[in-house]
Design a protein around this ligand. Structure first.
Ligand code: FMN
Length: 150
């Protein structure tokens, strides 16, 4: 991508499906989605410019980012959503954040079902950690693989 693309926006409530899937995402209400690069899945960072942590927690969080309409769920609205690796506890609603897209991993895909999407997302998370040079989240922090949910 050359210089990483950045999208700034306020975190809004999405379809709430992500939490159930095990991958809660921060959905961005972007100032200008027109400048977002092609639909797909990216490795990148979620940056919290207004977050002044006194606990030493980071302003830059590693994230797997989805840009598109979520065709598996027949969505129509184009969204930018960031899953912060291994974090199911973050509450970012109403916060202004910046999403930095470092590397495009793959196109957006309309999967036949949720198990296939979950297997792919687990792989996306592993590859994101590799690209960013951070440890992959512990298995316990990850969503169950599709095979474990049957
Ligand atoms: N949705 C798709 O339909 N196809 C995909 O290939 C796809 N890949 C994703 C990869 C990652 C790393 C993430 C975080 C999301 C991906 N999504 C994909 C989006 C999910 O469908 C979406 O996060 C989920 O439906 C939750 O939506 P919500 O936040 O609006 O509740």
């Amino acid at each position: 991508l050359g210089r990483p693309h950045r999208v700034r926006g306020v975190v809004v409530h999405g379809a709430k499906r992500g939490r159930e899937l095990g991958y809660p995402t921060a959905n961005l209400h972007a100032d200008d989605l027109g400048v977002v690069p092609a639909d797909g899945v990216y490795a990148g960072w979620l940056i919290r410019p207004e977050h002044a942590p006194d606990d030493g927690s980071s302003k830059r969080l590693p994230a797997a980012i989805s840009v598109g309409t979520n065709p598996t769920f027949h969505g129509v609205e184009r969204t930018v959503e960031a899953y912060v690796l291994g974090r199911t506890d973050l509450d970012l609603y109403g916060e202004e954040v910046v999403v930095e897209l470092v590397e495009r991993l793959r196109p957006m895909v309309a999967f036949e079902g949720i198990p296939a999407l979950l297997d792919q997302m687990a792989d996306d998370v592993t590859r994101t950690a590799q690209v960013l040079g951070v440890p992959a989240p512990a298995a316990s922090a990850q969503a169950p693989r599709a095979a474990d949910r049957r």
